[in-house]
Design a protein. Structure first.
Length: 379
């Protein structure tokens, strides 16, 4: 009888041990496994920002594509336009009031989810002029109608909102200041309608200023990861799966030269876009130009440093402070002004409502003028 109990006890211990192994193995599989089905189920229940273990290995890119891919979306737009009204010859005979049926134009771009409740970041030029915006998300049968929450043409940023029946996986904004030239990056987007195309490259340069189709971009990341039409608005990711840039432009006559808006440009303005629908910028209200040595000599200045006021906007903070046309602004709050661009950058780094002390050269004399920055009017 004792032998029987001993055998039953041994079997019981073995079963408990095996059950413990099974539970442990199951936990490891859910927490660290790569099963796609489990990954989507967990994303639906408790989504979080995509993260990938730092470092480089044979499966790093595949891991990033697998984990970040569901947070990258396709954006389709429709807009109405009438090319005849843009023809001067047509307008000459029929005039502006004539309006035949418009032609529907369709656009394609990319974007990525930035919160589990369906906020999406993309480029402003992707949705510019759109009368209808639809967003396709992995795991859903039909595209979502999207609402434009906020947009800014100057920075080429836009935030959309969709309403899903469950929380969505999303991407976190990383720190592009930690990125070095030569670091590996991954781009995901929809070039030419080829959904969720993954390309790989490096950061080729930082701080690139470029002009594209009437837009001036500052401080862009340059990459040789392939970017094509349709990639606009998609994420440029580091090896942690963090967004360090928003793919924006390419050099059409070159290969391997693409540009992305750095995350450091996005972070300070994202809340304004989401809550106000626009970016609130500090404003002085002057039209500026840089000095030349000849103009500086004519005005009686020792050198061409400073920003020349070409015009003062009526009713602006500058007008209320008493700034005048042909004033030269030499300093702001004790900081020397090199040229017009330097003054603009200094003002933009300040806050709406902030009081500033301007050192101004006027008619051969140096004056101190106090001004309170306002909010730049919407254009």
């Amino acid at each position: 009888m004792n032998n029987g109990r001993t055998r039953w006890g041994a079997w019981l211990l073995l079963l408990v041990f095996l059950a413990g192994v099974a539970v442990t193995a199951g936990f490891y599989h859910i927490a660290g496994g790569r099963n796609k089905t489990l990954g989507y189920q967990m994303a639906e229940v408790a989504p979080g920002p995509v993260t990938v273990n730092a470092g480089w290995g044979p499966e790093t890119i595949a891991d990033i594509a697998e984990k970040a891919g569901p947070a990258v979306v396709r954006i389709d737009t429709e807009s109405s336009s009438n090319p005849l009204l843009e023809d001067p010859f047509f307008r000459y005979f029929f005039g502006e009031p004539y309006s035949p049926l418009p032609r529907v134009q369709r656009g394609l771009g990319s974007g990525f989810i930035i919160s589990p409740d369906g906020y999406i970041l993309t480029n402003q030029h992707v949705i510019q002029g759109a009368t209808q915006v639809k967003v396709t998300v992995i795991g859903f049968d039909k595209p979502f109608p999207a609402r434009v929450v906020g947009a800014d043409a100057q920075l080429d940023l836009a935030v959309l909102k969709i309403n899903a029946d469950r929380p969505l996986p999303y991407l976190a904004l990383g720190d592009d200041s930690q990125v070095r030239v030569g670091d590996w990056v991954v781009a995901i987007g929809n070039p030419y309608g080829l959904d969720h195309t993954v390309t790989v490259g490096v950061v080729s340069a930082k701080g690139r200023p470029i002009d594209v189709q009437g837009r001036h971009y500052e401080n862009l990341l340059q990459t040789d990861a392939s970017i094509n039409p349709g990639n606009s608005g998609g994420p440029l990711l580091n090896l942690k799966g963090e967004v360090i840039g928003i793919n924006t432009a390419i050099k059409a006559d070159a290969q391997g030269i693409g540009f992305a808006i750095p995350s450091s440009t996005v972070k300070p303005v994202l809340n304004d876009l989401m809550t106000k629908g626009k970016i609130a910028r500090p404003w002085l209200g002057v039209m500026l130009t840089s000095l030349t040595p000849e103009v500086a000599e004519f005005l009686g200045l020792p050198g061409p440093e400073g920003a020349l006021v070409g015009e003062v906007v009526a009713g602006s903070p500058a007008a209320e402070a008493g700034l005048q046309k042909y004033d030269v602004i030499l300093e702001v709050d004790g900081q020397k002004v090199k040229d017009a661009a330097d003054l603009v950058n200094k003002i933009q780094s300040m806050k709406i409502g902030q009081k500033v002390k301007l050192k101004v050269f006027r008619g051969g004399k140096t004056l101190e003028i106090n001004a309170t920055l306002g909010e730049k009017p919407s254009q």
